[in-house]
Design a protein around this ligand. Structure first.
Ligand code: ZN
Length: 333
Protein backbone atom coordinates (compact mmCIF):
# COMPACT_ATOMS: atom_id res chain seq x y z
CA UNK A 1 0.00 0.00 0.00
CA UNK A 2 2.99 2.30 0.52
CA UNK A 3 3.59 2.47 -3.21
CA UNK A 4 -0.06 3.07 -3.95
CA UNK A 5 -0.20 5.98 -1.54
CA UNK A 6 2.85 7.59 -3.11
CA UNK A 7 1.49 7.03 -6.58
CA UNK A 8 -1.88 8.57 -5.85
CA UNK A 9 -0.81 11.52 -3.77
CA UNK A 10 2.52 12.32 -5.35
CA UNK A 11 2.44 10.53 -8.64
CA UNK A 12 4.67 12.93 -10.57
CA UNK A 13 7.39 12.62 -7.97
CA UNK A 14 7.06 8.85 -7.99
CA UNK A 15 7.37 8.54 -11.74
CA UNK A 16 10.33 10.91 -11.83
CA UNK A 17 12.17 8.75 -9.37
CA UNK A 18 11.38 5.41 -11.00
CA UNK A 19 14.86 3.84 -11.27
CA UNK A 20 13.82 1.51 -14.09
CA UNK A 21 13.18 4.28 -16.56
CA UNK A 22 15.70 5.88 -18.87
CA UNK A 23 15.98 9.63 -19.30
CA UNK A 24 14.00 9.50 -22.51
CA UNK A 25 11.36 7.39 -20.75
CA UNK A 26 11.20 10.06 -18.09
CA UNK A 27 10.73 12.73 -20.70
CA UNK A 28 8.04 10.69 -22.40
CA UNK A 29 6.25 9.84 -19.17
CA UNK A 30 6.40 13.38 -17.91
CA UNK A 31 4.97 14.66 -21.16
CA UNK A 32 2.28 12.11 -21.76
CA UNK A 33 1.76 9.56 -19.04
CA UNK A 34 2.21 11.31 -15.75
CA UNK A 35 -1.28 10.69 -14.54
CA UNK A 36 -4.55 8.83 -14.80
CA UNK A 37 -6.85 9.45 -17.74
CA UNK A 38 -10.61 9.43 -17.23
CA UNK A 39 -11.69 8.60 -20.77
CA UNK A 40 -15.38 9.29 -20.15
CA UNK A 41 -16.68 11.89 -17.73
CA UNK A 42 -19.77 14.10 -18.10
CA UNK A 43 -18.15 16.94 -16.19
CA UNK A 44 -20.66 19.38 -17.67
CA UNK A 45 -23.64 17.53 -16.11
CA UNK A 46 -26.00 19.48 -13.86
CA UNK A 47 -24.98 17.24 -10.93
CA UNK A 48 -21.69 19.17 -10.83
CA UNK A 49 -23.13 22.68 -11.13
CA UNK A 50 -22.89 23.42 -7.42
CA UNK A 51 -19.26 22.39 -6.90
CA UNK A 52 -17.61 21.74 -10.28
CA UNK A 53 -14.42 23.59 -9.33
CA UNK A 54 -14.06 21.46 -6.20
CA UNK A 55 -14.62 18.28 -8.24
CA UNK A 56 -11.93 19.34 -10.73
CA UNK A 57 -9.48 20.18 -7.95
CA UNK A 58 -10.12 16.80 -6.30
CA UNK A 59 -9.49 15.05 -9.63
CA UNK A 60 -6.19 16.85 -10.12
CA UNK A 61 -5.16 16.11 -6.53
CA UNK A 62 -5.99 12.42 -7.11
CA UNK A 63 -3.49 12.34 -9.98
CA UNK A 64 -5.66 12.67 -13.07
CA UNK A 65 -3.79 14.24 -15.97
CA UNK A 66 -6.64 14.17 -18.49
CA UNK A 67 -10.43 14.04 -18.45
CA UNK A 68 -12.40 13.37 -21.64
CA UNK A 69 -15.76 15.17 -21.67
CA UNK A 70 -18.16 13.82 -24.32
CA UNK A 71 -21.05 15.91 -25.64
CA UNK A 72 -24.57 14.48 -25.76
CA UNK A 73 -26.53 16.95 -27.93
CA UNK A 74 -25.98 19.96 -30.20
CA UNK A 75 -27.02 22.21 -27.34
CA UNK A 76 -24.03 21.26 -25.23
CA UNK A 77 -21.27 21.29 -27.88
CA UNK A 78 -20.22 24.78 -26.85
CA UNK A 79 -20.53 23.94 -23.16
CA UNK A 80 -18.15 20.95 -23.27
CA UNK A 81 -15.68 22.85 -25.49
CA UNK A 82 -15.60 25.83 -23.14
CA UNK A 83 -15.40 23.66 -20.04
CA UNK A 84 -12.43 21.80 -21.54
CA UNK A 85 -10.78 25.11 -22.47
CA UNK A 86 -10.85 26.40 -18.91
CA UNK A 87 -10.01 23.08 -17.21
CA UNK A 88 -6.38 21.99 -17.17
CA UNK A 89 -6.03 18.57 -18.81
CA UNK A 90 -9.62 18.39 -20.02
CA UNK A 91 -10.46 17.48 -23.60
CA UNK A 92 -13.80 16.95 -25.33
CA UNK A 93 -15.72 15.05 -27.96
CA UNK A 94 -18.65 16.20 -30.08
CA UNK A 95 -21.64 14.04 -30.91
CA UNK A 96 -25.30 13.22 -30.39
CA UNK A 97 -25.95 10.59 -27.71
CA UNK A 98 -28.46 7.85 -28.56
CA UNK A 99 -30.66 8.81 -25.58
CA UNK A 100 -30.92 12.32 -27.02
CA UNK A 101 -31.99 11.23 -30.51
CA UNK A 102 -35.76 11.57 -29.83
CA UNK A 103 -35.37 15.32 -29.43
CA UNK A 104 -32.54 15.78 -31.94
CA UNK A 105 -33.18 17.36 -35.34
CA UNK A 106 -31.66 16.49 -38.67
CA UNK A 107 -30.20 19.99 -38.67
CA UNK A 108 -28.22 19.07 -35.54
CA UNK A 109 -26.04 16.96 -37.85
CA UNK A 110 -25.26 20.06 -39.89
CA UNK A 111 -24.39 21.81 -36.64
CA UNK A 112 -22.24 18.83 -35.64
CA UNK A 113 -20.34 18.83 -38.91
CA UNK A 114 -19.67 22.58 -38.64
CA UNK A 115 -18.64 22.16 -35.00
CA UNK A 116 -16.20 19.37 -35.88
CA UNK A 117 -14.72 21.42 -38.72
CA UNK A 118 -14.27 24.40 -36.36
CA UNK A 119 -12.82 22.22 -33.60
CA UNK A 120 -10.12 20.60 -35.75
CA UNK A 121 -7.83 23.52 -34.91
CA UNK A 122 -8.43 22.94 -31.17
CA UNK A 123 -6.13 20.28 -29.68
CA UNK A 124 -8.65 19.73 -26.90
CA UNK A 125 -11.08 18.23 -29.42
CA UNK A 126 -10.26 14.52 -29.57
CA UNK A 127 -13.17 12.43 -30.91
CA UNK A 128 -16.73 12.11 -32.13
CA UNK A 129 -18.94 11.17 -29.21
CA UNK A 130 -20.88 10.20 -27.39
CA UNK A 131 -22.66 8.28 -30.10
CA UNK A 132 -24.03 4.77 -30.28
CA UNK A 133 -27.14 2.67 -29.75
CA UNK A 134 -29.16 1.92 -26.62
CA UNK A 135 -31.49 -1.07 -26.86
CA UNK A 136 -32.04 -1.17 -23.10
CA UNK A 137 -34.21 1.88 -22.37
CA UNK A 138 -37.78 0.76 -23.26
CA UNK A 139 -38.94 4.07 -24.81
CA UNK A 140 -35.97 3.94 -27.17
CA UNK A 141 -36.47 0.33 -28.13
CA UNK A 142 -39.66 0.61 -30.21
CA UNK A 143 -39.00 -0.10 -33.89
CA UNK A 144 -39.35 3.62 -34.76
CA UNK A 145 -37.08 4.77 -31.94
CA UNK A 146 -34.44 2.19 -32.84
CA UNK A 147 -34.56 3.22 -36.46
CA UNK A 148 -34.07 6.85 -35.44
CA UNK A 149 -31.11 5.93 -33.21
CA UNK A 150 -29.57 3.87 -36.01
CA UNK A 151 -30.01 6.71 -38.48
CA UNK A 152 -28.22 9.22 -36.22
CA UNK A 153 -25.50 6.67 -35.51
CA UNK A 154 -24.92 5.97 -39.21
CA UNK A 155 -24.87 9.68 -40.07
CA UNK A 156 -22.33 10.37 -37.33
CA UNK A 157 -20.17 7.50 -38.54
CA UNK A 158 -20.15 9.20 -41.94
CA UNK A 159 -18.57 12.18 -40.20
CA UNK A 160 -16.08 9.88 -38.45
CA UNK A 161 -15.17 8.54 -41.89
CA UNK A 162 -14.99 11.99 -43.48
CA UNK A 163 -12.65 13.35 -40.80
CA UNK A 164 -11.08 9.97 -39.89
CA UNK A 165 -11.73 10.60 -36.21
CA UNK A 166 -12.10 8.08 -33.36
CA UNK A 167 -15.56 7.56 -31.86
CA UNK A 168 -16.70 7.25 -28.24
CA UNK A 169 -19.42 4.63 -28.24
CA UNK A 170 -22.39 4.14 -25.94
CA UNK A 171 -23.02 0.39 -26.04
CA UNK A 172 -26.05 -1.10 -24.36
CA UNK A 173 -27.55 -4.37 -25.61
CA UNK A 174 -26.43 -3.16 -29.03
CA UNK A 175 -22.95 -4.57 -29.62
CA UNK A 176 -23.66 -6.37 -32.89
CA UNK A 177 -25.78 -3.55 -34.32
CA UNK A 178 -22.92 -1.14 -33.59
CA UNK A 179 -20.27 -3.31 -35.16
CA UNK A 180 -21.82 -3.75 -38.60
CA UNK A 181 -21.70 -0.09 -39.73
CA UNK A 182 -18.24 0.26 -38.19
CA UNK A 183 -17.02 -2.53 -40.46
CA UNK A 184 -18.61 -0.75 -43.41
CA UNK A 185 -16.77 2.54 -42.81
CA UNK A 186 -13.57 0.60 -42.19
CA UNK A 187 -13.78 -0.84 -45.71
CA UNK A 188 -13.99 2.77 -46.94
CA UNK A 189 -10.75 3.75 -45.24
CA UNK A 190 -11.70 4.75 -41.69
CA UNK A 191 -9.05 3.45 -39.30
CA UNK A 192 -9.29 5.76 -36.28
CA UNK A 193 -10.87 3.26 -33.88
CA UNK A 194 -12.38 4.52 -30.66
CA UNK A 195 -13.53 3.53 -27.21
CA UNK A 196 -16.48 1.25 -26.43
CA UNK A 197 -17.38 2.96 -23.18
CA UNK A 198 -18.74 1.06 -20.15
CA UNK A 199 -18.25 -2.12 -22.14
CA UNK A 200 -20.58 -4.91 -21.12
CA UNK A 201 -20.53 -7.48 -23.91
CA UNK A 202 -19.14 -10.94 -24.53
CA UNK A 203 -15.50 -11.83 -25.14
CA UNK A 204 -16.31 -12.42 -28.79
CA UNK A 205 -17.85 -8.95 -29.10
CA UNK A 206 -14.89 -7.45 -27.24
CA UNK A 207 -12.53 -9.08 -29.73
CA UNK A 208 -14.60 -7.72 -32.62
CA UNK A 209 -14.27 -4.16 -31.29
CA UNK A 210 -10.56 -4.66 -30.67
CA UNK A 211 -10.03 -5.86 -34.23
CA UNK A 212 -11.62 -2.57 -35.37
CA UNK A 213 -9.03 -0.60 -33.41
CA UNK A 214 -11.12 -0.04 -30.30
CA UNK A 215 -10.20 0.15 -26.65
CA UNK A 216 -12.76 -0.97 -24.08
CA UNK A 217 -13.68 1.37 -21.24
CA UNK A 218 -13.86 -0.02 -17.71
CA UNK A 219 -15.17 1.90 -14.73
CA UNK A 220 -17.23 1.64 -11.55
CA UNK A 221 -18.84 -1.65 -12.54
CA UNK A 222 -15.45 -3.33 -12.05
CA UNK A 223 -15.68 -2.63 -8.32
CA UNK A 224 -18.69 -4.91 -7.78
CA UNK A 225 -17.77 -8.50 -7.09
CA UNK A 226 -20.97 -9.71 -8.74
CA UNK A 227 -19.89 -8.15 -12.08
CA UNK A 228 -18.43 -11.49 -13.07
CA UNK A 229 -18.43 -11.08 -16.83
CA UNK A 230 -16.95 -7.57 -16.81
CA UNK A 231 -14.32 -8.54 -14.23
CA UNK A 232 -13.38 -11.58 -16.28
CA UNK A 233 -12.97 -9.45 -19.41
CA UNK A 234 -10.89 -6.88 -17.53
CA UNK A 235 -8.65 -9.67 -16.26
CA UNK A 236 -8.24 -11.50 -19.57
CA UNK A 237 -8.36 -8.99 -22.45
CA UNK A 238 -5.08 -7.90 -24.02
CA UNK A 239 -3.35 -5.19 -22.01
CA UNK A 240 -3.37 -2.86 -25.03
CA UNK A 241 -7.18 -2.88 -25.16
CA UNK A 242 -7.96 -1.46 -21.71
CA UNK A 243 -8.78 2.12 -20.77
CA UNK A 244 -10.29 3.52 -17.58
CA UNK A 245 -13.29 5.78 -17.15
CA UNK A 246 -15.70 6.94 -14.47
CA UNK A 247 -18.75 7.95 -16.58
CA UNK A 248 -19.29 10.41 -13.72
CA UNK A 249 -21.77 11.40 -12.44
CA UNK A 250 -23.15 7.96 -13.41
CA UNK A 251 -22.05 4.37 -12.66
CA UNK A 252 -21.00 4.93 -9.01
CA UNK A 253 -18.38 2.46 -7.77
CA UNK A 254 -19.35 0.05 -4.97
CA UNK A 255 -18.36 2.41 -2.17
CA UNK A 256 -20.74 5.12 -3.45
CA UNK A 257 -23.68 2.84 -4.12
CA UNK A 258 -27.09 3.42 -2.48
CA UNK A 259 -26.64 7.15 -2.03
CA UNK A 260 -23.31 7.11 -0.24
CA UNK A 261 -20.97 10.01 -0.92
CA UNK A 262 -22.57 13.13 -2.44
CA UNK A 263 -25.97 11.50 -3.11
CA UNK A 264 -24.19 8.54 -4.65
CA UNK A 265 -22.77 10.81 -7.34
CA UNK A 266 -19.71 9.45 -9.09
CA UNK A 267 -16.80 11.85 -9.65
CA UNK A 268 -13.51 11.73 -11.60
CA UNK A 269 -11.35 11.58 -8.45
CA UNK A 270 -12.69 8.05 -7.90
CA UNK A 271 -10.68 6.83 -10.93
CA UNK A 272 -7.49 5.78 -9.07
CA UNK A 273 -9.54 3.75 -6.61
CA UNK A 274 -11.45 2.12 -9.50
CA UNK A 275 -8.04 1.42 -11.02
CA UNK A 276 -7.13 -0.55 -7.91
CA UNK A 277 -9.81 -3.08 -8.92
CA UNK A 278 -8.27 -3.44 -12.36
CA UNK A 279 -4.79 -3.73 -10.83
CA UNK A 280 -5.99 -6.49 -8.49
CA UNK A 281 -7.70 -8.39 -11.32
CA UNK A 282 -4.58 -8.21 -13.52
CA UNK A 283 -2.02 -8.70 -10.77
CA UNK A 284 -0.53 -5.33 -11.70
CA UNK A 285 0.97 -2.58 -9.59
CA UNK A 286 -0.89 0.70 -9.68
CA UNK A 287 2.00 2.19 -11.62
CA UNK A 288 1.70 -0.49 -14.31
CA UNK A 289 -2.04 0.10 -14.40
CA UNK A 290 -1.61 3.84 -14.89
CA UNK A 291 1.08 3.44 -17.52
CA UNK A 292 -0.84 0.85 -19.55
CA UNK A 293 -4.25 2.51 -19.45
CA UNK A 294 -2.91 6.02 -20.06
CA UNK A 295 -0.74 4.82 -22.95
CA UNK A 296 -3.76 3.07 -24.46
CA UNK A 297 -5.92 6.18 -24.09
CA UNK A 298 -3.25 8.32 -25.78
CA UNK A 299 -2.93 5.79 -28.57
CA UNK A 300 -6.62 5.79 -29.42
CA UNK A 301 -7.09 9.55 -28.88
CA UNK A 302 -3.89 10.78 -30.54
CA UNK A 303 -5.03 14.40 -30.68
CA UNK A 304 -4.75 14.43 -26.88
CA UNK A 305 -0.98 14.00 -27.22
CA UNK A 306 -0.46 17.39 -28.76
CA UNK A 307 -2.52 19.17 -26.15
CA UNK A 308 -0.36 22.01 -24.91
CA UNK A 309 -1.90 23.55 -21.88
CA UNK A 310 -3.26 27.06 -22.28
CA UNK A 311 -1.37 27.64 -25.52
CA UNK A 312 -4.06 26.84 -28.02
CA UNK A 313 -6.60 29.53 -28.80
CA UNK A 314 -10.16 28.74 -27.81
CA UNK A 315 -12.25 28.47 -30.97
CA UNK A 316 -15.51 30.35 -31.19
CA UNK A 317 -18.62 28.26 -31.56
CA UNK A 318 -21.47 30.27 -33.06
CA UNK A 319 -25.00 29.15 -32.13
CA UNK A 320 -23.80 26.71 -29.55
CA UNK A 321 -24.52 26.59 -25.87
CA UNK A 322 -28.30 26.65 -25.72
CA UNK A 323 -30.06 25.26 -22.65
CA UNK A 324 -29.82 21.48 -22.52
CA UNK A 325 -33.05 19.56 -22.07
CA UNK A 326 -33.20 16.21 -20.35
CA UNK A 327 -33.77 13.11 -22.46
CA UNK A 328 -36.97 11.09 -21.87
CA UNK A 329 -35.24 8.61 -19.59
CA UNK A 330 -31.55 8.23 -18.93
CA UNK A 331 -32.00 4.87 -17.21
CA UNK A 332 -28.78 3.78 -15.63
CA UNK A 333 -25.33 4.62 -16.97
ZN1 ZN B 1 -21.64 8.83 -21.28
Amino acid sequence: MGQAAILIYDYRHYIWHNPFMTDSDHQHERTFLSGWIDTHCHLDAAEFDADRDVVIAQAQKAGLSHIVIPAVAASNFGIVAQLAAKTSGAVYALGIHPLYTPQANESDLVTLRAAIAAALSDPRFVAIGEIGLDYFVPELSTPEARQRQEWFYAEQLRLALEFNLPVLLHVRRSQDALLKPLRQIQTKGWNAGGIAHAFNGSRQQADAFISLGFKLGFGGTLTYERSLQIRRLAAELPEASLVLETDAPDIPPAWLHHGRGVNGRNAPHELPRIAESLAALRGWSLEQTMTATSRNAMEVLPRMRVLKEKTAPIPTFPQWGKELQSPPSLGEG
